[in-house]
Design a protein around this ligand. Structure first.
Ligand code: HEG
Length: 147
């Protein structure tokens, strides 16, 4: 089981408590689709992903970016059992969506970059450490069904 320090818990809750989901979710997913274009293959029903401008303006991408964050909020609320919280989501991504699990990490990294850009100097090394630890647990939990 993952152990969290008080600082880590507070930092994660603070980041998600202050987050503008309508901004951060779309920004993180669209960044992932632009920087790692092979991730577009899972969103064939999302319409125009032809270039960066199309991705940034695509309402399906924006909506799904928010859905991903809503998933992460469930993890924040269940920090002591993220594995169980994401059990079904892991089955969905592996067996139905057939998402290559390497991509979880790539999206998590894009989210870190967007959060860092929004937080500016508040995104200290300690804050980054706590946030990336949280995302590492999320990624590992999503990968469970692939093991
Ligand atoms: Mg996934 C659906 C969360 C990474 C592709 N993703 C979903 C859903 C959630 C979610 C909550 C909705 C599930 C439902 O309808 O029951 N995704 C989620 C998280 C992360 C992640 C928390 C990692 C941080 N997803 C991810 C990655 C890809 C992907 C990296 C592909 C590169 N997700 C994907 C697709 C769907 C979902 C294709 C279905 C979208 C749709 O058809 O609406």
């Amino acid at each position: 089981m993952v152990q969290w320090t008080d600082f880590e818990r507070q930092t994660i809750q603070n980041i998600f408590g202050k987050m503008d989901y309508d901004d951060v979710g779309p920004a993180a997913l669209s960044r992932c689709l632009v920087v790692y274009p092979w991730t577009q293959r899972y969103f064939g029903n999302f319409g125009n992903l032809y270039n960066a401008a199309a991705i940034l303006g695509n309402p399906n991408v924006a909506a799904h970016g928010k859905t991903v964050l809503q998933g992460l909020v469930r993890a924040v609320k269940n920090m002591d059992d993220i594995k169980a919280t994401f059990a079904e989501l892991s089955v969905l991504h592996s067996e139905k969506l057939r998402v290559d699990p390497d991509n979880f990490r790539l999206l998590a990294d894009c989210l870190t970059i967007v959060v860092a850009s929004r937080m500016g100097s508040d995104f200290t090394a300690d804050v980054q450490g706590a946030f990336q630890k949280f995302l590492a647990v999320v990624v590992s939990s999503l990968c469970r069904q692939y093991h």
